[in-house]
Design a protein around this ligand. Structure first.
Ligand SMILES: [Zn+2]
Length: 521
């Protein structure tokens, strides 16, 4: 038998070998598991869903019209698949719609610049504003800064450090001499500290400085939040209330900075359109496949739906969203009568502090008390490689049992850690853990997430690795199936947490209040 197997292995293509090897795997004997894998593989909807969500709707900033479109789109998708779903209101947020950002250097020469206004930035009221660019000065103290402030009037002010290199460290590591790399890092450290000091000496916090410039009559605030990778900048929210705050790519920001520094007085033109849309209602989209035997016990598939809006929120958290939608679609088709109720939660405003999921936990104690398991995914497009028991004493027992049903190529790379420590934040599973419900994070291989896509202008459709997302959808569907079928309710016993460095016993996290009214002060 072994000889024949070896011979076959040698003769067949690697893909066929995989299938052959899998057929010896006990999990393949479960017809539901087999059908889940087959549906996910032969009839994947991931590319189509990804295109509709990331390309057609786009980024999903809390309070934006696109966020609302996404909620309505998800409900319509679920209805198409025969899954009941609704948008559940949990709060209100400042409504804002991103329009165009055009930034051009017009002196000493002409160049269109790569940049955009930050989220919630005021626009330029339909006009193009042209003004000189100046660098935030290095003053002696806050008194000197107050003296300088009037000279910001009518100027665009650069408030970020000029990075000494636009090459990521991995690129230096590969090509620089050791001496040269070390020298660059040392210089950069010195410069970074000096810039932090320059900001400090203004007497303003990073939040208050843009407002002080605005009050002094500046034309706009210009910054560059480099994400340490080629072409990648992080795009967060503006603090100004009347003048635009724009982020410019490292390359173009450096150009402006050097020209200003050498006395060539660069001038830029900025046109930023932004629409205040009043008070927006904020929602979670919740879908449900009703349980047949234990309808009041819940398995929850979880992924936040909102995003920052520098890119299209493809890996944060478009991919987690796709995983859970696809898993639900497959479950409805293959396993339409689960024992327990299977919910999917597409939470709003995770990025501002897990607000949608915290609100859900607060609003639905009857569900939270009866959760069998929550599976959340929210750290990029990669295959799941880590699963922690989140401090639940007996999680090892049920999680490893459920995992044993997952096909070998998906299961084997997953490192489990038990009991693990309860997550205190980072994503929505933490909202449930804080309420004592067994909630877990399906944690991904990083695919340079932190550098290239997390909250950046490069978080776009093309960064999605569909094979990995497909593998995660299969995993999520099988875990939900197994959690639903389990004859026993999961234990919520908590482990005792180790003493910290000061000898104080670790404490389990407590539920925290969501912000139900945001950006409206
Ligand atoms: Zn996220």
């Amino acid at each position: 038998m072994k000889k024949i197997y070896l011979l076959l292995t040698l003769c067949l293509s690697s893909q066929t070998t995989l299938v052959f090897a899998q057929s010896k795997d006990p999990v393949r004997k479960d017809p539901v598991v087999e059908s889940i894998v087959k549906e996910a593989t032969d009839n994947s909807q991931l590319e189509k869903l990804g295109h509709e969500l990331m390309d057609v709707i786009g980024p999903r900033l809390v309070g934006s019209p696109q966020m609302q479109q996404a909620h309505d789109w998800a409900v319509a998708k679920y209805k198409d698949w025969g899954i009941s779903a609704k948008n559940e209101k949990w709060g209100e947020w400042r409504g804002w719609e991103r329009g165009v950002s055009h930034i051009d250097m017009v002196a000493p020469r002409v160049k269109s610049l790569e940049g955009m206004q930050l989220a919630w930035s005021p626009g330029t009221n339909g006009k193009t504003v042209t003004a000189d660019v100046v660098i935030l000065p290095d003053v002696a103290d806050s008194v000197a800064f107050q003296k300088w402030l009037p000279s910001a009037k009518g100027k665009f002010v650069l408030i970020s450090m000029n990075q000494p290199t636009g090459r990521p460290d991995y690129n230096w590591q590969e090509f620089a001499t050791k001496e040269s790399f070390d020298k660059m890092k040392k210089d950069r450290d010195v410069q970074t500290e000096a810039w932090a000091n320059r900001l400090k000496k203004t007497g303003y916090s990073s939040r208050a400085l843009p407002l002080a410039l605005e009050k002094a009559g500046a034309a706009g605030v210009v910054m560059s939040y480099w994400s340490k990778g080629f072409g990648a900048n992080k795009i967060f929210g503006a603090y100004t209330k009347a003048i635009p705050t724009v982020d410019i790519s490292l390359e173009d920001y450096g150009l402006l900075y050097r020209l200003a520094e050498s006395g060539h007085t660069p001038k830029i033109s900025v046109r930023a359109d932004a629409k205040e849309t009043g008070i927006s209602q904020t929602f979670n989209t919740v879908g449900e496949i009703k349980g047949t035997e234990k309808p009041n016990e819940y398995v929850i598939l979880s992924a936040h739906f909102d995003s920052w809006d520098g890119g299209s929120g493809a890996t944060d958290n478009g991919t987690g969203t796709l995983v859970m939608m696809e898993a639900m679609r497959i479950l409805k088709k293959i396993y339409p009568n689960p024992k327990r109720t299977i919910l999917v939660g597409h939470w709003g405003s995770e990025e501002q502090g897990l607000n949608g999921s915290r609100a859900f936990v607060e609003d639905h104690p009857e569900i939270v008390q009866n959760i069998q398991a929550v599976f959340n995914q929210d750290n990029g497009t990669g295959r799941v490689v880590n699963l922690s028991g989140q401090g639940f004493l007996n999680a090892y027992e049920y999680l490893t049992r459920w995992l044993s049903k997952v096909p070998e190529p998906i299961r084997t790379p997953i490192q489990t850690s038990f009991p693990g420590a309860p997550g205190t934040g980072g994503s929505d599973f933490a909202s449930f853990v804080a309420a004592g419900a067994p909630a877990f994070s399906l944690s991904s291989l990083n695919w340079s997430y932190g550098t290239y896509t997390w909250h950046t202008n490069r978080d776009t459709y093309d960064k999605i690795v569909f094979d990995d997302v497909r593998s995660n959808a299969i995993l999520a569907a099988i875990l939900a199936y197994q959690a639903s079928e389990d004859p026993t309710k999961t234990s919520r016993d908590k482990s005792i947490l180790p003493l910290d460095a000061k000898g104080v016993p670790g404490a389990w996290p407590e539920p925290r209040k969501p912000t139900r009214r945001g950006g409206l002060d």
